[in-house]
Design a protein around this ligand. Structure first.
Ligand SMILES: Cc1cc2nc3c(=O)[nH]c(=O)nc-3n(C[C@H](O)[C@H](O)[C@H](O)COP(=O)(O)O)c2cc1C
Length: 111
């Protein structure tokens, strides 16, 4: 996890920017956003990342159970309750599970 000084939009608040990115676009946006708002930034990373090739991603996602499957993650934030604001950034995915399940898994840890 990386930390910068607080930005002007979130003065007084403890901020966490969390993101899931498969091919890097969301990572770049999250990093730029983090430069503006400050706080901490963390990448949500599955233990087994989805492949680079789009068709391979779709194939793998389609092979996963259609509901309820939450992939193991290597990302953990011990002190999530200490943050005032959480910005969650993820790629757009259609009906496939890629990314969506990783985000759901990460959020489920903090219920
Ligand atoms: C499995 C899969 C499904 C996707 N479905 C959509 C979609 O329904 N609509 C859309 O606009 N983009 C869709 N995309 C494109 C991604 O949202 C887009 O490429 C995004 O910039 C990828 O972000 P990333 O580089 O952070 O992984 C899909 C990409 C993948 C891999």
């Amino acid at each position: 996890m990386r930390r910068t000084t607080k930005g002007p939009l979130t003065d007084g608040a403890k901020v966490l920017v969390a993101y899931y990115s498969r091919s890097g676009n969301t990572r770049e946006i999250a990093r730029r956003f983090h430069q503006v708002v400050g706080g901490d930034i963390v990448e949500i990373e599955p233990v087994d990342p989805y492949p680079d090739d789009y068709h391979a991603v779709v194939k793998q996602a389609n092979a996963e159970p259609s509901s309820g499957y939450l992939p193991p993650l290597q990302t953990n934030v011990e002190n999530i309750g200490s943050y005032d604001v959480l910005f969650l950034d993820a790629l757009v995915v259609r009906g496939d599970n890629a990314g969506k399940n990783a985000i759901t898994k990460w959020l489920s840890k903090f219920e």
